[in-house]
Design a protein around this ligand. Sequence first.
Ligand code: HEC
Ligand code: HEC
Ligand code: HEC
Ligand code: HEC
Ligand code: HEC
Ligand code: HEC
Length: 613
Amino acid sequence: MTRRVQITKGILWFISGLAAAVTIVRFTRGLGTTTALSDTTPWGLWVGFDVMGGVALAAGGFVIGAIAHVFQRERYHHAVRPAILTALLGYAAVAVGLIYDLGLPWNIWHPLIFWNPHSPLFEVAWCVMTYLGILFLEFLPVFLERTRFQALYRTLLRLQLPLIILGISVSTLHQSSLGTLLLIMPFRLHPLWYTPHLPELFFVSAICLGLVMVIFESSVTAWLYEREPHTDMLAGLSRFAAGALAFYLAFRFFDLWHHGKLGLAFENTFEVRLFWFEIAISAVIPLVLFLIPRVRRSHTGVFIAAALGVMGFLLNRIDASGLAQVWATGADYFPEWTEFVVSFGIVSFFALIYLFIQEHFPVEKEIVDEEERWLQRQLFVLPRFDRGSQVWLGDATFASRRVYSALFVVALVVGLALTPWQPLVKASPVQRARGGEMLRVGYPLGTVMFPHGEHITRLGKEACGTCHHLHKPGDVGTPCSECHADLYLDTTIFDHVRHVAVLEGNASCAKCHPEGQPKVRATARKCSSCHEKDMMAANTVATRFESLAAPGLRRAAHGICIECHRREAANPEWKKPDLFRCATCHKTPVPHVQELRLLRAEGGETAPVAAGS
Ligand code: HEC
Ligand code: HEC
Ligand code: HEC
Ligand code: HEC
Ligand code: HEC
Ligand code: HEC
């Protein structure tokens, strides 16, 4: 075991310890406590990195399988076992990552029993399960090679080619289905990422990522175990990678051009900068590096190009499933540190398993052999009492395990101390409409353009109460969003402390809580009995005022607007039989980029109104 391996393992154990702490909080307190996700941004780092990225990272397994076995390139046989191992562990990591992300993780087995063949996710679930099984069978010979189950070992070796071919077909299916998932959100995914060819694009990029990942991993293990990298093989793989990357770039830009979206790539927005950054590090820079023969034969060169490629394509998955959707909702999302810790923790944990298998089973023969020699040598190392560490930690084989355990426990404790235990849930506050004839109602930037003036003209100056069923005391036409302050959640508008103060302190209790009865909500006086005059409008749809809380704005708006529109659609006077349909009010599913930019530039408009103010 080299010093490098020991230090790396120490770091990996530490991160795993932190992740273990967050895991405890995640599964006892829920997603709201450990993530920055919200109703508007339900997909974040975990879906992007752990699931979408994880599946694509594992693509190396089938790509190398295809190159070595189907196209019969002997030179790449070395790479097959590590690539299959990565794929196996990668998929296991995806399954683990998914459990963190699911709201009801204990239902993860449902696709097995409750079939929904129309859903791309259903297909992904089945493919991932099947492929995990296939990968296990592909890898089993490595476990069996040095045991006495030789008959089984030889049978499995004979089955290898059919298994690999089966694996390739299953991978092709679900790598592209992950792209299919995003096809249902043409208005949410930024046009630079959205294309009807997402499935094909995902497949091609998975091949690219698989190749650069195999190169990356092969050079990292060579560095860790201080052995000669397989320069020939790496150079060959780099050539394949260059081909795949060139194809990917051509595909992506041709697609943009074909759909007339190339112009979008030259605007000056965050998304465009993100797009170019992603394209540069995922494909352009690695492609240029791989094309230079000197780089292909240099260990560092290949490593840098591959590392950039891996980061770039992971970013692509994170963009597609999160960052490139934020523009549509306008909601700011940045992962909490706990999200990073879990993502890196899962990777660390599986990297440790990877190293363990490398050191104990013949994945790459040099590594196990070297490891066994190292263990042998330890037997002959005489105890030395000169160093404190040896007295406390014992000989080298035990010392490292003790250090790792200590690091893990320390990280666990630190993690438990730092992880928040209270929900971080952020409400989705609504935007207050401003100004004149036409009001922009809703959140984030107002998706409904509401002709306020026209409605008043039609209904008459006295009819404000048709919609404004409640005001703040002393006000008229209090904007709905003052009380219906969240799009979906109920927000309370009752301030107990303030009422006690206004109603003269201790004497006030009896005005709301009848003598001799418990002072609770159920027995308290109705709001309307005091507020009928100063808050409630006379002729309104929402005639009750008993509740402390105003329902979410969507329910409030629909409650008033749609009812009347349904009635008026039948009115021949307007000639608008479609008046009650969604698109009458929701004209643009999301505000246009141009509008978003203008609004952001205006500044004040985007400041949300504090709940209950
Ligand atoms: C058809 C329903 C409807 C009618 C009728 C109506 N309003 Fe409104 N009004 C609204 C909605 C919806 C908003 C936007 C509230 C928000 O953004 O939360 C609004 C907003 C307002 C605002 C705040 C505007 C701003 O720029 O902040 C005022 C003031 C107002 N209405 C006054 C009135 C008055 C006075 C009348 C009667 C003459 C009236 N409204 C009639 C639905 C109506
Ligand atoms: C008469 C106008 C009107 C009609 C018709 C209407 N809505 Fe709305 N809707 C609104 C208003 C106003 C809001 C609150 C403002 C906002 O957030 O956009 C809203 C909010 C929403 C929201 C929450 C806002 C968001 O961006 O998540 C959803 C979802 C929604 N509507 C869906 C629908 C669907 C589906 C239909 C058709 C069945 C429909 N609406 C029909 C006026 C309407
Ligand atoms: C002063 C605060 C306040 C304002 C302003 C206000 N509401 Fe409400 N709204 C409430 C409360 C509180 C309730 C719950 C009443 C109850 O059930 O006792 C409610 C209930 C409703 C309901 C019934 C919802 C349901 O499903 O129970 C609708 C519809 C509604 N509001 C629409 C509006 C619209 C549209 C506006 C703006 C034009 C508006 N409200 C302005 C406080 C307010
Ligand atoms: C304007 C009416 C009003 C006045 C005045 C008032 N209360 Fe209340 N009180 C309520 C309502 C409504 C609730 C239910 C609040 C809730 O469920 O959040 C409540 C709840 C309570 C509760 C139960 C809190 C809980 O968590 O369940 C206590 C105790 C209480 N009030 C005591 C008092 C005392 C003591 C006074 C006098 C100093 C007082 N209230 C004055 C309306 C009033
Ligand atoms: C005993 C009579 C009484 C009852 C019952 C009562 N209120 Fe009030 N409320 C008042 C008075 C008085 C004020 C102060 C009015 C003013 O500022 O002009 C007030 C003010 C308010 C305000 C305005 C606060 C602000 O920030 O301006 C709101 C909102 C409100 N009440 C909601 C409620 C709700 C919701 C209930 C039912 C749970 C309720 N009230 C029950 C007497 C009452
Ligand atoms: C009391 C009945 C009534 C209510 C309440 C009402 N509307 Fe309307 N609205 C109408 C009628 C009638 C028309 C058609 C007028 C016309 O075409 O001249 C209309 C037209 C519209 C239009 C323009 C449609 C078009 O095709 O040009 C929009 C947008 C709209 N309403 C949104 C809303 C929203 C949002 C709300 C709730 C805040 C709302 N309306 C509440 C009666 C109502």
